[in-house]
Design a protein around this ligand. Sequence first.
Ligand code: UD1
Ligand code: CA
Length: 489
Amino acid sequence: MTEQLTVIVLAAGGGTRMKSKTPKVLHPIGGRSMIGHVLAAVGALDPARLVAVVGHQREVVGPHVTERVPDAVLAVQEDQLGTGHAVRVALEALAEAGLAPESGTVLVANGDTPLLETATLQAFLDAHTAASAAVSVLSGLVEDPFGYGRIVRDADGFVDAIVEEKDATAEQRAINEINSGILAFDASFLADCVTRIDNDNAKGEYYLTTAVGIARGDGLVVSAHAIEDELQTEGANDRAQLAALGRELNRRIVTRWMRDGVTVIDPETTWIDVGVELAPDVTILPGTQLLGATVVAEDAVVGPDTTLADCEVGAGARVVRTHAQLAVIGAEANVGPFSYLRPGTVVGDRGKLGAFVEAKNAVLGEGAKVPHLSYVGDAEIGEGTNIGAGTIFANYDGVNKHRTTIGRHARTGSNNTFIAPVTVGDGAGTAGGTTVREDVPPGALAVSAGPQRNLLGWAERSRPGTAQARAAAEASGADVTLDTSATSE
Ligand code: UD1
Ligand code: CA
């Protein structure tokens, strides 16, 4: 733990440009909320104290923060009177919790910068400490500085002040070095400074950036460190910016996996959440989304056009055109094309869940196969068993769900219906078209359809003059009278 580090995350603002009932900082990007990314980045610094300033929709934002960082302090800022006020509220909340930072560094970050990385923050904190600064600003050089606080330097290059857009002179507006919003403070300076920040400016807000001028006035050191990777401190204020940052975040994630030995055929159409784990020599084909906590083992091939959310894919498995959630796919198993694996589906090693098969809460043993056109709901299928094409595991009686259990090395026929609850024993079989309502003992063959009757001559009798009747007559070697008047049947 970094005893000397306190982190304040500002997240009280409304985010009106999102035009959303979801608070801005809770919008997801790369499989995490925006503030979730910031909390992960600052969390890896291992701070002794973390306080989040919440205001707008704090009943949603607050619990979201404490779910991720259980010992985070929540500071409530009823009215958003400015970033300086927000930091003051944060320090008051820390003091109330008996956690007021006596010394060390206080890092202030915004809750809406999802690309922020720990290494950047660590380098910034190191530079702040090395400079023995009262305040340090993580600055950025941008093409269009509109809307940002400008870093105003004196003739010797020392930072004099941060001037906000609305307060800036024309000359200051031309400055393209901006305040990223990430600042580091000497804790004791900050405690004194926040009580001296006024709201004497164009917006009538308490600006945290006023602290820079206060430090200079006190003859203290102020330093600014320019970030090279400016996107790391960029916030998303509307959904267009969110999508742009989302694409960039994804590009970074996909690039990292490729560098780590994953083959990605088309990075543009491959989406990988931050929480996903991939082994070397995994291959991802175009149009694939790997979401949540999905884990893929080596030599597996996933895609094309596949979505896996919170899934586990074993080594050497093949998953083609599949939609799966909370499912486990065993090593060297084959899934797809056009398979739908709902939560609780487990495909055993070397097993198969083939074309147009939907499964839910179904556990397939090693080498068990459901190759074609089936629904497998609430079932257990033993190792080496093969389920015939077009089988329905009828798990729902209209009120309750029931389970079907099929033993090892069973062979069930095509177009079966298993009316759960029912059990088929090891090594048992079922005939094609069987409706299995009762348990089948091990080794038995279940047959439920009645004996077949063939009504001879039926086509010629009942469908005279049709192509069907003519074909039947031809097959039986009878004389065929051409009936040209029969044009339709
Ligand atoms: C702020 C900075 C500006 C910087 C820019 C970078 C100030 C005065 N200005 O401007 O120099 O270039 O960020 O993006 O600090 N917040 C609160 N409570 C408040 C006000 C804001 O929690 O009372 C939070 C917001 O939710 C947001 C962050 O603080 O996460 C920044 O606030 P915002 O209003 O976006 O500041 P800017 O005007 O963009
Ligand atoms: Ca902003």
